[in-house]
Ligand binder design. Structure first.
Ligand SMILES: [Zn+2]
Length: 232
């Protein structure tokens, strides 16, 4: 995946990312969004509001300015656009952001248990323990709250928004989307093990960090899921 894609490519990637998140159980009716940094620095190309992940076509991906103005596209924007604009504005290395109400992750966050790297997925996030945004469980609808979420993520690839959902980011859309998918799977695995009698063993920090670099390629997984959905 090239670091710089055309606007047409970005809109197609964001739309496919939405469909992959739906396929992976992260749709919440019409809520949740994927964005990509505008190559001309005008803001972010972002899923429009009012549609489910499974409905999104490239034309439903709109350009939202850093201040929330819709600069291109015929549909309205989501109120939680500051999650995207402020994280992308803060991080030069981030080209895409995902926010969903991923159900296993929301349930896991409510347990207040540490996320254990007891599967491949978990090693992408731990150590140190997954970041958790706890300032509010309400919507992130102001630039100040967006900056607070960005500060919680810091230099990491994801955070749990406790009582709300998740935020994930990456250099490009496939990486951000697959990071969200892997985080949800990691939280699901932790809950399953806890429900099965308790988590008794997991990778050491050394093993987890060694695995992080090679166990899962986001682009290989993205390509597989895109093929399953009939995409490229
Ligand atoms: Zn939300």
């Amino acid at each position: 995946m090239r670091a710089v894609a055309s606007v047409e490519e970005l809109r197609a990637l964001v739309a496919l990312g939405c469909r992959i998140l739906d396929d992976q159980g992260q749709g919440d009716l019409v809520w949740g969004h994927v964005s990509a940094r505008d190559p001309d620095g005008r803001g972010v190309w972002m899923k429009a509001s009012g549609l489910g992940f499974d409905e999104i076509e490239p034309d439903d991906v709109i350009l939202v300015s850093w201040d929330g103005e819709v600069l291109a596209g015929d549909r309205p924007r989501h109120t939680e656009y500051p999650i995207h604009t402020e994280l992308i504005r803060t991080r030069d290395d981030v080209g895409s952001v995902v926010h969903t109400h991923a159900p296993w992750s929301v349930a896991f966050a409510a347990t207040e248990q540490p996320l254990r790297p007891m599967s491949h997925d978990g090693t992408l996030f731990v150590p140190p323990d997954i970041a958790r945004f706890t300032k509010t469980g309400d919507l992130i609808v102001t630039a100040d709250l967006g900056r607070d979420v960005a500060a919680c993520v810091g230099e990491r690839n994801a955070a749990l928004l406790v009582h709300h959902g998740i935020v994930a980011c990456g250099v490009d859309v496939p990486t951000a989307v697959m990071t969200a998918v892997f985080l949800e799977r990691a939280c699901r695995a932790n809950i399953r093990a806890a429900a099965g009698g308790g988590i008794r063993t997991w990778s050491s920090d050394e093993e987890a960090l060694a695995k992080r670099g090679h166990v899962y390629s986001p682009h290989a997984a993205w390509s597989y899921l895109a093929r399953r959905l009939g995409g490229s």
